[in-house]
Design a binder for this molecule. Structure first.
Ligand code: 3EB
Length: 336
């Protein structure tokens, strides 16, 4: 019905943000990058980034189990790109994609590499002409479980990350993932997504907030939120595993850990809001990190049984940041 009296629905709030569209595609990275609404292409498995030629492309050395796929992020565009503070970036004005790789040997180990990576990301964020808020961070490092107790490389990574987070955490922690590669490259890879409007951190009532984990998990707790809800109403879900309270459950049983992870995701969606909970996982895009590649078929089958509406997940073989975790799932929900 036409009316010349505007209703509230005619106004977009000043904070309104279009969604970012994320999908897995079989096409090669070069053809995907020809589109200037593409903000980022993330390739998994063996191979090289198109280094120096396109800041929108990164390569993560985690092997996909199944057909190799590229993850593609699309925005309204047009997308510009550049490098600043040692960080490659791309942006359409709404969203900012960024990534940085730090050589651990040059930095002086995984803690120093993490501190450097986050200091650079913080400098990039603080140096933006317009408002800029980190929504989501991914961290990939080699041999994440190597080292006993507090000597574990993941715990060192956590120390450096907490040290380096500055402007990257000025609105609190954002959602994150930290997974171990097995490519023997002692290079820390960090990439992320920021936007001109802040997101809202969401915690999971079934899980203790990671930054309050007790001392037994390391000298500096992991600094991430369970999810970020964006101004576009999308939910960026952190790596989620079979952690209840602060404890790992179902050690040694991958399918039981998967079921527990799905319970954690349900509880997280409920905490994120009625709209998110009502849509459920069915309109989301998930990534499954699996310690034992040979369990992929069983995991895929269980996922289909539990979540029949879910699209095909990308399954990657990698190490989870606690040695007793065998599976972790992250993703984006609400691909509006
Ligand atoms: C957990 O719940 C599992 O250090 O950034 C999940 C997601 C985990 C992110 C991180 C760690 C991180 O504690 C581990």
């Amino acid at each position: 019905m036409q009316s010349d009296v505007p209703s509230c629905d005619d106004f977009h709030p000043i904070t309104s943000l279009p969604p970012v569209h994320i999908g897995y595609q079989p096409e090669d990275a070069t053809s995907l990058l020809a589109d200037n609404t593409v903000l980022a292409v993330i390739s998994f498995g063996a191979g090289e980034s198109i280094k120096g030629t396109d800041a929108r492309h990164i390569h993560i050395g985690l092997d996909p189990i199944g057909p190799t796929r590229n993850e593609v992020w699309r925005v309204q565009g047009p997308v510009r790109q550049g490098r600043a503070s040692g960080v490659a970036w791309s942006s359409d004005g709404d969203y900012l994609f960024f990534h940085v790789e730090i050589d651990e040997d040059e930095a002086g180990g995984p803690a120093a590499a993490a501190e450097q990576a986050y200091a650079r990301i913080s400098a990039l964020i603080a140096g933006q002409a317009q408002a800029c808020h980190v929504l989501r961070l991914w961290n990939y490092l080699d041999a994440i479980n190597e080292g006993e107790g507090d000597a574990e490389r993941y715990r060192h990574f956590c120390i450096g990350r907490a040290q380096g987070l500055g402007a990257a955490a000025r609105n609190g922690f954002s959602a994150a993932t930290a997974i171990g590669r097995r490519d023997g490259r002692r290079v820390l890879q960090v990439y992320g997504l920021a936007a001109r409007t802040p997101g809202a951190a969401v915690e999971n009532p079934r899980q203790q907030s990671a930054w309050t984990y007790p001392r037994q998990y390391g000298p500096v707790p992991p600094t991430f939120a369970r999810a970020t809800r964006t101004a576009a109403g999308q939910l960026l879900v952190s790596g989620t595993a079979a952690v209840v309270g602060h404890a790992t459950v179902h050690g040694g049983d991958t399918l039981a850990q998967l079921d527990e992870t799905l319970r954690n995701l349900d509880s997280l969606m409920a905490a994120a809001g009625e709209d998110i909970a009502a849509r459920g996982l069915g309109d989301g895009l998930l990534k499954v990190y699996l310690r034992h590649a040979e369990e992929a078929d069983a995991v895929r089958q269980r996922l289909r049984e539990r979540e029949p509406g879910l699209g095909e997940a990308l399954v990657l073989c990698g190490d989870i940041c606690r040695a007793d975790l065998r599976i972790e799932i992250d993703g984006i929900l609400g691909r509006l």
